[in-house]
Ligand binder design. Structure first.
Ligand code: SF4
Length: 465
């Protein structure tokens, strides 16, 4: 087993045994489910909205080259500096270079999973810059030196007591446990950092080709301050985040809020299309947009997997996934966890190293049913499994399946094997779950299904009269 698979297995086993953790996640998500369903009811038809969103994304992703060109041309006409990054390293180097060229010292960052994907904070810190997260959840996990736990709720795994302990230990704050008091501690620190920062880095929720604008949606107002107070704004955007027109936002903004956080609409929704224009009192002096590929064009070229680029990172598939709810967000070992992470990570970071995520699924289909843009995640997981096996077939699995196929094609042999298996099954109890058990991966935590004493064919022969 490779290292990433091993780490996943160890961490997942540990989290599955942590009943407090499971209880906490379940409780947090119960509130979300109630609000999500209530707000789905505000749509005339949630199902028709899903269909419309899927069709819009289909159109954009299948003509991505044209929409990106239109988007970039509109932005450049207003003086925005657009940079293309082929991979994570290029994107990191570009952003470090922008910071160096402009004598930046302190950087403030709003929530961006794309920045997590390229490990931007580590790169900036290694190059001597101070980077501060401005999203409350991200701020907490940054203090704890942990990666975000969830696409939308980075610190959902923590209790308010744990957050208070973190604030006391890392910031010297007094012990408080009321959420408002905890927020005020973070806010006091954050306000200073907004004023001191030379550069603000944001993610992008949607890019609108028609107008050449980026849309950022958030609940705390921190992204607005991140993008408007420092003298330089750098936005990092995966190339798949495109929409065609402004009117598409009328569907996607409430849909993202409802599927992602169970809200009718997120608290702050802002469009950015340029740096401060002449005569304007507020805003950054420069606006840079870094467009990131990092494996996305590879997925685009794969007609089977292409629609995984429709993802709007709402996190709804994580929230309903029985695996995510038990193994927790950190077990995945990758920035995109849950079903969508299990689908895209093997395609973005290497199928053989990450195929275990596609196998760690019950294939119950809850993710497919929850996805607002109708990505058939369960089907993609199966495709990943098939591709992984075809690319690197296992000798023992081949032997097993060839043997199975041989036996299934010979009814006499099948009947004899079934009888023998039934006779010898009681002996399995002697080694069950031990190192000598060939099926211990299964039997360590499950009962072996009992082989019936009488086959259906025998029963039929005996009873059909
Ligand atoms: S795959 Fe669908 S449900 Fe999951 S994060 Fe993406 S858009 Fe949301």
């Amino acid at each position: 087993m490779n290292t990433t698979a091993n780490a996943f297995k160890q961490s997942a086993t540990q989290y599955c045994h942590d009943l407090d953790h499971r209880q906490r996640i379940r409780k947090a998500l119960t509130g979300y489910e109630a609000k999500r369903d209530e707000n789905k009811g505000r749509f005339q038809s949630w199902e028709e909205a899903r269909q419309a969103a899927a069709e819009i994304k289909y159109e954009v992703i299948n003509h991505l080259d044209q929409y990106l060109e239109q988007f970039v041309s509109n932005l450049e006409q207003r003086g925005v500096k657009v940079h293309w990054a082929g991979d994570a390293q290029e994107a990191r180097e570009l952003i470090v270079q922008i910071a160096r060229e402009h004598n930046v010292w302190r950087i403030i960052k709003s929530k961006s999973m794309t920045a997590e994907e390229i490990h931007l904070n580590e790169a900036l810190e290694k190059n001597g810059f101070n980077v501060f997260e401005s999203d409350l959840g991200e701020f907490i996990v940054q203090l704890r030196q942990e990666p975000p736990y969830h696409l939308v709720f980075p610190s959902m795994h923590l209790t308010r007591h744990q957050i208070s302990e973190t604030f006391t230990e890392k910031l010297g704050a007094e012990r408080v446990t009321e959420p408002e008091e905890l927020t005020m501690i973070a806010r006091r620190i954050m306000r200073q950092r907004f004023c001191q920062a030379d550069m603000g880095i944001s993610g992008v929720n949607f890019g609108v080709a028609e107008t050449g604008m980026i849309s950022i949606t958030e609940n705390e107002g921190n992204a607005r301050l991140t993008t408007s107070l420092p003298r330089i704004h750098v936005a990092l955007m995966g190339i798949e985040k495109m929409l065609r027109r402004m009117e598409d936002l009328a569907l996607f903004l409430p849909m993202l809020a409802t599927a992602g956080a169970g809200q009718p609409l997120t608290g702050y929704n802002t469009l950015y299309g340029a740096a401060k224009l002449p005569g304007e009192p507020d805003g950054p002096e420069q606006f840079h947009l870094v467009l990131l590929d990092n494996g996305r064009t590879g997925v685009l070229a794969d007609a089977e997997q292409r629609d995984s680029l429709h993802c709007i990172r709402c996190g709804a598939c994580l929230n309903v996934c029985p695996i995510f709810r038990n193994v927790g967000g950190h077990s995945y070992g990758t920035v995109y966890g849950g079903p969508i992470g299990s689908v895209i990570t093997p395609n973005l970071r290497g199928l053989q190293d990450w195929k275990h995520l596609s196998f760690a699924s019950s294939l119950c289909g809850a993710c497919t049913a929850a996805c607002p843009v109708k990505i058939d995640l369960a089907h993609h997981l199966l495709q990943n499994r098939r591709n992984a096996v075809q690319q690197n077939p296992s000798f023992f699995e081949n032997l097993l399946w060839n043997g199975f196929s041989f036996v299934m094609q010979k009814p006499g042999l099948y009947r004899t094997s079934a009888k023998l298996a039934g006779l010898f099954q009681p002996l399995h109890g002697l080694v069950k779950g031990s190192a000598l058990d060939p099926a211990r991966g299964w039997t360590q935590s499950r009962e072996t299904p009992k082989i019936a004493k009488q086959t259906f064919t025998d029963w039929w022969r005996a009873n059909r009269a």
